[in-house]
Design a protein around this ligand. Structure first.
Ligand code: SF4
Ligand code: SF4
Length: 440
């Protein structure tokens, strides 16, 4: 694609990077076939190619983002299905990240939209605030129908209350900072990302991870001064906030790495994994953090990559009923981790089935299900329908956002299907407790 940036514009490294990405696009349109929003809406401007044109025009113009452009960029899930499909290697992720940051900088959103986004950004990355907010949401649940009727914000508030769990798990004894020793001779040492929303909604995921890794002879450390990885606010274009929290996390991990080298930084939420693996790019122009961020990105691994590397313990476990594996977009498109989870589950004794249309997003996508509840709901229903075709009553996935989204979908469709994190199933199959979601 031809571009028309001025030399002055290209002096900005972010603009220079986006220009390179834009030039790689040959407008072939292959990406449109696998884009969930194009599939739903059939509008070229809600396809990757259409959004690429919009961003090119926006960035070249140097003027504040137009409302029409914001509408179509906001509708993008950042699912990155288009990146998997693109034959020309267009890095849509870096382009849309830049586009979102540009919008955040130049566009004044309507007051209510701004307030809603700022509230999410002020709560979700902080476990204590999030826990408190969930308590509020639980109390407000009975008023959900009234709230839905509110103009402008009603749909979003309704979606937020609907997604809030009816019961909050109690605090876990596996919270940091602390170190969990390997059982037997130490074969490795890793840091585990505690996570923000996940640590509140499903602490059992980190518990299963630590138990399993320890049994495999791997020491697990939860470092001091951990923070959110910044992914949630990063996808909202809030670059300043996401970089600040990412730097804190980088520092926390490097202190541990310098004390006693880490073999990996383990991530159990693939949405976070995609962002952390990209820290090297995010901080490439930051003299103080470029090298540190590159080290962290090179150590960052999804839990299934680490389990495959150290080797799952032998087991005679068998689970005869079919299990549907839902690959989160951030897992399959963001990190290109495709086979490991399924291979590990099969090795552990599960009968794994692929979900038809498995490359299409379930509509969770970070805060997307709160910000775009209508489109998100349609994608969720489509995914639930596709999972039903596998005849499985158990779904494994590696991302807390997908777990929450799918559980809500099955509940709405009155389907008795359990959604469990892959690592909880692997822990169970190799000597750990049965996942809570499978009790009763
Ligand atoms: S598939 Fe790639 S090159 Fe083709 S239009 Fe989409 S982004 Fe551009
Ligand atoms: S990231 Fe997903 S929703 Fe956005 S343009 Fe690409 S395929 Fe479409």
């Amino acid at each position: 694609m031809q571009t028309n940036f001025s030399l002055a514009q290209l002096a900005d490294p972010a603009m220079a990077s986006s220009e390179k990405i834009l030039r790689a696009c040959v407008h072939c349109g292959f990406c449109t076939a696998t884009c969930p929003t194009y599939l739903l809406l059939g509008d070229e401007l809600d396809s990757p190619r259409g959004r690429i044109y919009l961003m090119k025009e926006m960035l070249e113009s140097g003027t504040p983002a137009r409302v029409e452009v914001v509408k179509h960029i906001d509708r993008c899930l950042s699912c990155l299905s288009c990146m998997t499909t693109c034959p020309s290697g267009v890095n849509y992720m870096h382009l849309v990240d830049h586009g979102r940051a540009y919008i955040e900088e130049t566009y004044q959103r309507p007051f209510v939209d701004r307030l809603f986004r700022n509230t999410l950004a002020a709560i979700l990355p902080y476990p204590n605030r999030f826990r408190f907010a969930l308590l509020g949401a639980w109390l407000a649940k009975p008023f959900a129908p009234l709230m839905r009727a509110l103009p402008v914000i009603g749909q979003r508030l309704g979606a937020m209350l609907a997604l809030a769990p009816s019961r909050l798990p109690s605090r876990s004894g596996y919270e940091g900072p602390q170190t969990f020793a390997a059982q037997g001779p130490r074969k490795g040492r890793v840091a585990l990302l505690s996570g923000c929303a996940q640590s509140v909604l499903a602490p059992n995921i980190n518990e299963a991870t630590i138990r399993l890794l320890n049994r495999m002879g791997v020491e697990v450390v939860l470092p001091q001064n951990e923070s959110c990885c910044g992914a949630l606010v990063h996808h909202m274009g809030k670059e300043h906030e996401s970089h600040a929290t990412a730097k804190q996390l980088i520092d926390a991990w490097l202190v541990e790495h310098q004390r006693d080298p880490l073999d990996a930084i383990v991530i159990t939420a693939s949405g976070c994994g995609t962002t952390i693996k990209d820290y090297g790019f995010m901080f490439r122009e930051d003299n103080a953090y470029a090298d540190k961020a590159a080290i962290v990105s090179s150590l960052a691994k999804d839990i299934t990559e680490v389990l495959a590397r150290f080797g799952l313990p032998e087991t005679a476990f068998k689970h005869d009923a079919p299990l549907a594996y839902h690959s989160a977009c951030s897992m399959q498109h963001g990190q290109q981790v495709r086979d490991e989870p399924k291979k590990l589950l099969t090795q552990a004794g599960f009968k794994v089935r692929d979900v038809p249309e498995g490359h299409i997003c379930c509509g969770s996508a970070g805060t997307y299900n709160l910000l775009q509840p209508e489109l998100s709901g349609r994608l969720r229903d489509r995914k639930v329908g596709n999972i039903a075709k596998t005849k499985a009553a158990l779904v494994a996935t590696g991302n807390i956002g997908c777990m929450t989204q799918l559980a809500k979908g099955f509940a709405d469709h009155e389907q008795d299907v359990a959604v469990v994190h892959t690592v909880e199933l692997l822990d169970w199959a190799t000597g750990g407790p049965k996942p809570e979601a499978l009790h009763g």
